[in-house]
Design a protein around this ligand. Structure first.
Ligand SMILES: Nc1ncnc2c1ncn2[C@@H]1O[C@H](COP(=O)(O)OP(=O)(O)O)[C@@H](O)[C@H]1O
Ligand SMILES: [Mg+2]
Length: 408
């Protein structure tokens, strides 16, 4: 079990920070308990500050049942209608209240058909049960319709002190120790995301001090654990492939993570063996891409590492053990300076290539690095600099930065 699950707040008192909003949640709960169901709340704020866990803690505090909807429940308005309207309509005095939670509503709305807005509005207005929406961005245009029917309850980033205090509490509950300066560094680099900080804490417990350089690096959106979960759990080619594509880590790093964790997830010998075979193909293609300059090989590599591994499990996986941190990897972007420089390069390329940031940073940078190495050897660096200058407006220093990036 992950530390962030183990130490998730049980009641509202356990939620760290955002006191005013927690107080608002408490009043909402008290009202609902008395049968006063008013306007829904829309809990909003950046990720990892405790929105989801606070709403669940609210249900727990007041003994409400919950009906929690997420991405996969939102296929069409008809399904929504069938789930939500009856739930909001029941009002049995002797039964527990049901808190209706629509989490990450701003992301789910990508999938809404036009009827869904109407169903949600109708439910929100008529429901006899308390309703809470959760969103990252209150101002997202896709949820404009919610702003009129729900009351804003904002969560802000947590303070460094709030985060470090929480980390210390978890450490002592675990009976573990960690140097003060490391705790402070994790807290600082989490930029207000407690969930990310707890995950970093978990990674650093007992880990090689060298890994410090990666703190705060992991994307807050698609964390490596989430990507691994998808790859190990799914039986679908497309889901696995997409998980690898969305991953905010480069391919060689992803292969390392998967390799390290195959034995933690796949219980059968056959599953492990097949997964390793697929990984070895993935490595071969990665190596070929780098050697021959045929960048299509990267695609195959990614597919073997993701879908190949997924389909090896045969549905037989265990989620009991924690993920372990690959011991032997070299990480990206070692210093703050090079990370910033990379960010500038990526934004230039996004503009020039018309590709998404993720795509540029995962695919193009790797590709360019290989191109620079090869062309540099064959044609000389002057030509390479000229080419990147004229085609992508990259300066000499930036080309060098790509060439020496730690992508692999
Ligand atoms: N304010 C907080 N108080 C206590 N724990 C928190 C808080 N914020 C995050 N956490 C921890 O991080 C985990 C994930 O937080 P979550 O509620 O999913 O954040 P969000 O929904 O805002 O992205 C929780 O299970 C909990 O362990
Ligand atoms: Mg959440």
């Amino acid at each position: 079990m992950l530390l962030s699950d183990k130490y998730a707040p049980k009641t509202l008192d356990d939620v760290v920070g955002n006191a005013t909003s927690i107080q608002r949640l408490r009043l909402f709960g008290l009202d609902a308990q008395k049968g006063l169901v008013g306007r829904p709340l829309i809990v909003c704020g950046p990720s990892g500050v405790g929105k989801t866990c606070a709403v669940n803690a609210l249900a727990n505090t007041f003994g409400f049942e919950t009906l929690e909807l997420n991405a996969s429940d939102y296929r069409d308005s008809e399904t929504l209608r069938r789930t939500l309207l009856p739930a909001g309509n029941t009002n049995n005095l002797f039964k527990k209240k049901v808190l209706i939670i629509l989490d990450e509503i701003d992301e789910l709305s990508n999938k809404f058909d036009s009827g869904a807005e109407r169903v949600i509005t109708e439910m929100a207005k008529k429901s006899k049960q308390p309703v809470i929406f959760i969103a990252n961005d209150f101002w997202d245009r896709k949820i404009t319709f919610l702003r009129e029917i729900a009351e804003k309850c904002e969560f802000k980033k947590l303070g460094v002190d709030e985060i470090s205090r929480t980390l210390r509490r978890i450490l002592s509950a675990q009976g573990e120790e960690m140097p003060d300066d490391l705790i402070n560094e994790i807290s600082l680099k989490s930029s207000g995301d407690l969930s990310g900080a707890i995950n970093d804490l978990e990674l650093m417990m007992g880990a090689d001090p060298q890994l410090r350089e990666n703190l705060g690096y992991r994307s807050r959106k698609v964390e490596i654990f989430g990507v691994l979960d998808k790859i190990f759990q799914t039986n679908s080619f497309a889901t696995a492939r997409a998980a690898a594509q969305d991953a905010d880590v480069d391919l060689s790093m992803l292969i390392n993570w998967i390799e390290e964790n195959v034995p933690n997830r796949y219980a059968t010998k056959k599953g492990r063996y097949d997964a390793m075979e697929n990984l070895s193909s993935a490595s071969k293609y990665l190596e070929s891409a780098s050697r021959t300059g045929h960048y299509d090989y990267l695609k195959y590599s990614s597919i073997f590492a993701s879908a190949g591994v997924s389909l090896s499990g045969g549905g037989d996986f265990s989620m009991l053990k924690q993920y372990s941190f690959p011991a032997n990897i070299r990480f990206l972007s070692h210093t703050k300076k090079s990370r910033n420089e990379m960010r500038t390069i990526i934004s230039k390329l996004v503009y020039k290539i018309h590709a998404g940031k993720q795509n540029v940073s995962n695919t193009y940078i790797t590709m360019f690095k290989l191109m620079i190495q090869r062309a540099g050897q064959e044609e000389g660096m002057e030509k390479v600099y000229d080419f990147f200058e004229s085609k992508y407006s990259l300066e000499k220093g930036e080309v060098d930065a790509i060439a020496s990036s730690k992508k692999y």
